[in-house]
Design a protein around this ligand. Structure first.
Ligand SMILES: Nc1ncnc2c1ncn2[C@@H]1O[C@H](COP(=O)(O)OP(=O)(O)OP(=O)(O)O)[C@@H](O)[C@H]1O
Ligand SMILES: [Mg+2]
Length: 297
């Protein structure tokens, strides 16, 4: 293991950041610093043990995709260089280097822009029950993990308990102005298609992904992280078989191990043992190397 995991960041002279399950977000007024920590969540619980470098690898991957898709959708990135952050961040490279993005603070649209090019997860369940997903009728006879030649936009919203709730386009249009919704949904589809093609050429299937959009003035901006294993389902192409659920790229070891422990998933999870941490870290690195062709992790 090269580094210790960075599970939480803090700066003595600043208010504590807003902590999501994985990211620490510092508010600088017109800008945010979004810091991807090494926290890992599985079955909706953050594990007490982090995966060293996970936040750096996911930040590098997000930056790769922002670059690959910059002409398809304007995004929120200002800089990922530590030199462009305030001094107190710069004096703490152990916490912030390589895992921080300075972004324009946007007014976020209250809809998750999920695009699916394969039938998996909640979409597969919904299709089995109704033949539709989020109000979109699909051809009959599809099986689990079937490829959808034309990807579908399946909006979701965060329910009160924090879980995502699939909604129809019409319901989404009740939450977001219809023109903005269409602009963002089209951008989401374009970005997904570009990424799916790039991933495919590297032996990785991009099953589905979630984007978040915001408004900067009245411009629709692609925000948050994009196309990381935390916001997407990636499958190794050589393990893809329609009719079953391929292993998720990164967290399969974690999920499998947690299933063996007898943990009830309603209380804090048991800490991951070293070998599961090491294997999971290797998977993140493998995905990063395959997708980007880079070897810096
Ligand atoms: N450019 C932006 N402007 C404003 N808010 C943003 C921007 N980009 C991302 N965000 C928000 O920053 C937060 C990122 O934190 P994170 O995803 O870790 O936490 P979360 O979404 O609140 O919780 P969860 O752990 O369930 O994902 C999200 O609330 C996201 O909507
Ligand atoms: Mg989030």
């Amino acid at each position: 293991m090269t580094d210790k995991a960075v599970r939480e960041t803090r700066l003595p002279d600043r208010e504590a950041p807003k902590r999501g399950k994985v990211r620490d977000v510092y508010d600088l007024g017109d800008y945010l610093v979004i810091v991807a920590t090494d926290r890992l969540s599985a079955f909706d619980w953050v594990n007490p043990v982090g995966i060293p470098d996970k936040g750096k690898i996911l930040t590098a991957l997000s930056l790769f995709w922002f670059d690959q898709t910059r002409n398809l959708a304007r995004n929120h990135l200002v800089s990922a260089s530590l030199d462009d952050l305030p001094d107190d961040f710069q004096s703490n490279p152990d916490q912030f280097e390589g895992r921080s993005m300075l972004v324009h603070k946007c007014r976020m649209l209250p809809v998750e822009f999920v695009v699916r090019g394969y039938l998996a997860g909640s979409a597969w369940k919904e299709y089995c029950q109704t033949g539709s997903v989020c109000g979109i009728k699909l051809p009959s006879g599809l099986v689990e993990s079937s490829r959808l030649e034309t990807p579908i936009f399946t909006p979701a919203t965060k329910a009160v308990n924090g879980h995502d709730l699939n909604i129809t386009f019409k319901e989404a249009a009740g939450l977001v102005d219809q023109d903005l919704l269409e602009t963002a949904a089209n951008a989401a589809r374009d970005v997904y298609l570009r990424a799916r093609a790039i991933a495919e050429s590297k032996g990785i299937i991009l099953c589905d992904t979630k984007f978040e959009f915001g408004l900067l003035g009245d411009t629709v901006i692609l925000a948050d992280e994009i196309l990381t294993p935390d916001s997407s389902r990636f499958w190794p192409a050589d393990q893809y078989r329609p009719g079953g659920a391929p292993p998720s790229y990164d967290k399969q070891f974690v999920r499998d191990w947690l299933e063996t422990t007898g943990w009830d998933k309603n209380s804090p999870p048991p800490p991951l043992p070293d070998d599961v941490v090491a294997k999971t870290r290797e998977k993140y690195i493998e995905a990063y190397r395959k997708l980007t062709g880079k070897r810096d992790y």
